[in-house]
Write a protein that binds this ligand. Structure first.
Ligand SMILES: NC(=O)c1ccc[n+]([C@@H]2O[C@H](COP(=O)([O-])OP(=O)(O)OC[C@H]3O[C@@H](n4cnc5c(N)ncnc54)[C@H](O)[C@@H]3O)[C@@H](O)[C@H]2O)c1
Length: 308
């Protein structure tokens, strides 16, 4: 099996590509390294530095490919509010360019990394795929628009595609910085170094955290579904965890006592996010294997190893 992974040098792309190599796949990777870093990829991954909108390069890379995993995207929500045009160009435009290139070369199978962010604020939890999307940022709009393009074009051109709405993925290799500060690695690093943790709101907001290996498992399983038609599937743990609970775990795992500041002036998104994973269980045979505390321990060990 030969696959193309776009965004191969990113957090999820690296784990996915390495896993596929271990499973015996031939893996072609595309990334422009705008956010990704190739250092974590196994040498067997055939990586090309290119933009997702480079149609000629896509024609070249798609030769003989059986399935495309489309992960390349800009992923920073606040950034998308400042620069929505970039998110439209790369996330939506890139998806459509890729779809056209796939049609031109005759490739008809795709797994797309969509996002739980498309749901926005909803009264009903856990979130079912049938809930009416209420995207609350240009990033979320770009993911939803991509889903619509994939499903509509899929119907028109006979493309077999699965869109996975991934919730809050975390684990070793997740990048974080002041500008892009995902909860788990940021809390672990700050707790371990006795730094400051800023929590937006009162810390009672909940999210659905899913360990990277479980996400990769779902991506691989999605690529094997027999003749998928307009499939959209949630990928989460199915468990709701508050930001304060993550804080307690970060303190316990690191043995740290960071300074914690609650910033009530920044609301920080929906109050609750929890994936209904019934469809994932049925259609993908999906079962989240890594418990949050274990996953956070592995993430902490990874961060510490690279700090030394
Ligand atoms: N991490 C999560 O919690 C999460 C949740 C839901 C959905 N997703 C989706 O999964 C995918 C991967 O996310 P991630 O967390 O690994 O992010 P990431 O930023 O680590 O990976 C994205 C990769 O895409 C590359 N890229 C960006 N613009 C590009 C362009 N124009 N051309 C080529 N490559 C480009 C980046 O360099 C990066 O390596 C994204 O599509 C994201 O929207 C992630």
């Amino acid at each position: 099996m030969k696959v193309l992974v776009t965004g191969a040098a990113g957090f999820i792309g690296t784990s996915l590509s390495n896993r596929l190599i271990k499973d015996g796949y031939e893996v072609i990777g595309l990334d422009d390294f705008s956010a990704g870093n190739p250092s974590g990829l196994m040498p067997e991954v055939k990586l090309t530095e290119a933009k997702i909108n480079d149609q000629k390069k896509l024609w070249e890379l798609l030769q003989g490919v059986d399935c495309v995993f489309h992960l390349a995207a800009k992923v920073i929500v606040p950034d998308s509010i400042l620069y929505p045009r970039e998110y439209e160009k790369i996330n939506v435009g890139g998806t459509v360019t890729l779809l056209e290139a796939m049609r031109d070369v005759g490739i008809n199978r795709m797994v797309f990394a969509s996002s739980g962010a498309i749901y926005g604020i909803q009264d009903e939890q856990p979130l079912k795929e049938t809930a009416k999307p209420k995207p609350a940022s240009p990033y979320a709009v770009s993911k939803l628009a991509s889903e619509y393009y994939i499903n509509t074009i899929g119907r028109l051109w006979g493309l077999e595609a699965v869109c996975l709405r991934i919730f809050n993925a975390y684990g070793p290799g997740q990048k974080f910085s002041f500008a892009h500060a995902p909860v788990i690695p940021t809390f672990l690093k700050q707790a371990a170094s006795m730094g400051t943790i800023v929590i937006h709101g009162d810390g009672n907001k909940t999210r659905d955290f899913i360990y990277i290996d479980d996400v990769v498992e779902a991506l691989v399983a999605a690529s094997k579904i027999d003749r998928p038609v307009e499939l959209v599937i949630n990928v989460g743990s199915g468990t709701e965890t508050s930001v304060n609970e993550v804080l307690s775990l970060a303190k316990k795992i690191t043995n740290g006592s960071p300074e914690v500041v609650y910033n009530q002036r920044r609301p920080g998104g929906p109050d609750r996010m929890c994936a209904d994973i019934t469809q994932a269980k049925t259609l993908l045979g999906f079962k989240p294997n890594v418990h949050l505390e274990d996953g956070m321990r592995m993430t902490h060990e990874f961060i510490e190893r690279f700090r030394k």
